[in-house]
Design a protein around this ligand. Structure first.
Ligand code: SF4
Length: 461
């Protein structure tokens, strides 16, 4: 979604590997030492992380060695984000930095540019980005092994099948339930990058989840460009509510969390499923983008201040205690001061637990980029700061109200300073902070009494 693709690189941007990658490194077969070595750099959102994990799995099963250090790799796959200009620049910087390293500067070691950037810019890139040896857009990522075969040769023996008992598994993971979007919000380039909406079959999702659960994963976050539309492209149609209840019923000791659901997909049926199952997180991430009916209409979206507030009230009534996250955008073309004030009113009255805020950026190829009355960058920055200050104040107050409550917390691991941390059901991965605790086994769910809260973080015993 437009406002969900935050970038998540390390400072250098060159050694980023998700927990899934590390897990797969551990499962690498011991006799693969002569096979070509491949490293991954993943930029962008959780959806890209999932795509990288899928490519990595194929590459590993074909017999390539997966290495963490890019300087040890014969080929590096850079899975790019290109959702906004800033993300494209970050992806380009990672490629330029890589191309300056020994072996890459001479072309002996190969750079494969995958994901959103080649999907968005297509053949234009091939003439301009000469540092790359190959381009693999999102729709062609299944062909990654063929691309590597051409660039660095094929391993003499296939690799091992993914181990399901590495003993060092990070207990939380993402699972993608669909891809693409054809809502064409006026500011968003995703439909041009990812294509039309297509749900993944239930059996495919179930088998992915079963594999994750068997490997020790205890929390699975279901993601898509819009998770609320799952199954509407099937004959007969199916629903996200059905998918979620099927998974919750079969995998009873695993938490399921739904992210990125457009307001139109929030049905009573879905809310009832969220309320019913103990292992479904009472949590919704619903990007509203704005409160003004006129701005929303120009965005090619629906809703108004009153409708949005009514929806929030309805969700809270149907799922008491639910944690709500939203995303909003300031500085859309033509946004007046009054309309901006409507947005602030919505944030004040709805009291979301968490808010992601972004300033509009005119993305090439989108309708909004060509709209008149573009807002001055300085005004955008001021409005963004005002939204962030307000949202932070509300979030900190809401997090503080959890002090004294009991929360189920999934123990995730140790931070660099040795502090044990986990995540409560009210904290989504990567965006909402964590909960610190004194003792617990990684992978177990413990009940904590929350004793303190500091900004977004909580601490319990
Ligand atoms: S609904 Fe689709 S077009 Fe609209 S912001 Fe989300 S991904 Fe973009």
């Amino acid at each position: 979604m437009a406002s969900r693709c935050s970038t998540s690189t390390t400072d250098s941007g060159l050694a980023l590997m998700s927990h899934v990658d590390t897990e797969m490194l551990a499962a690498q077969s011991a006799d693969s030492s002569s096979a070509p070595a491949v490293a991954f750099i993943t930029l962008g959102c959780a959806k890209n992380e999932v795509d990288s994990a899928d490519m990595l799995s194929r590459v590993r099963e074909a017999g390539y060695r997966i290495v963490e250090d890019v300087e040890m790799a014969d080929a590096v796959i850079v899975n790019t984000c290109s959702f906004i200009q800033e993300a494209t620049e970050e992806s380009l910087n990672a490629i330029f930095e890589l191309s300056g390293l020994p072996g890459f500067d001479s072309g002996e070691r190969k750079i494969v540019v995958a994901g959103c950037m080649p999907a968005r810019y297509g053949s234009q890139l091939e003439g301009e980005l000469t540092e790359a040896s190959a381009f693999v857009p999102c729709s062609k990522e299944d062909d990654i092994v063929d691309v590597l075969t051409e660039l660095v040769g094929r391993p003499s023996a296939p690799g091992g099948i993914e181990s399901s008992c590495d003993g060092d598994v990070y207990p939380a993971a993402y699972a993608k339930i669909s891809d693409g979007c054809d809502r064409f919000c006026a500011f968003c380039a995703i439909p041009f990058i990812r294509g039309g909406y297509h749900s993944f079959p239930l059996e495919q999702i179930r088998s992915k989840v079963a594999k994750l659960v068997a490997s020790g994963v205890r929390e699975i976050t279901l993601i898509a460009q819009d998770t609320g539309r799952w199954g509407e492209d099937f004959t007969p149609r199916d629903t996200t509510a059905h998918l979620l209840s099927s998974l919750a019923e079969e995998f009873t000791t695993t938490w399921f969390r739904l992210m990125y659901i457009e307001p139109v997909g929030v049905t009573d049926e879905l809310l009832d499923v969220i309320a019913k199952y103990d292992n479904v997180c009472k949590y919704l991430d619903m990007p509203l983008q704005h409160a003004s009916a006129r701005v929303l209409k120009n965005m090619n979206r629906s809703g108004s201040l009153e409708e949005n507030l009514a929806l929030v009230a309805c969700i809270r009534a149907r799922v008491p205690g639910i944690t709500l996250r939203t995303t909003v955008m300031v500085g859309f073309p033509g946004e007046t001061e009054e309309e901006f004030q409507e947005l602030l009113t919505m944030l004040e009255e709805a009291e979301f637990d968490y808010v992601g805020a972004f300033a509009f950026s005119p993305e090439e190829g989108t309708k909004a980029a060509k709209m008149p009355d573009q807002i001055d960058e300085e005004i955008k920055a001021e409005r963004l700061q005002e939204v962030r200050d307000l949202a932070d104040a509300i979030s900190f107050a809401r997090v503080a109200t959890r002090v004294g409550t009991k929360q189920q917390v999934l123990v995730l691991g140790y931070e660099d300073d040795g502090q044990l941390y986990g995540r409560a059901m009210c904290q989504a991965p990567d965006v909402d902070g964590v909960t610190y605790l004194a003792s617990g086994e990684v992978g177990e769910v413990v009940e904590l009494q929350i004793e303190d809260a500091l900004l977004y973080e909580m601490e319990g015993v």
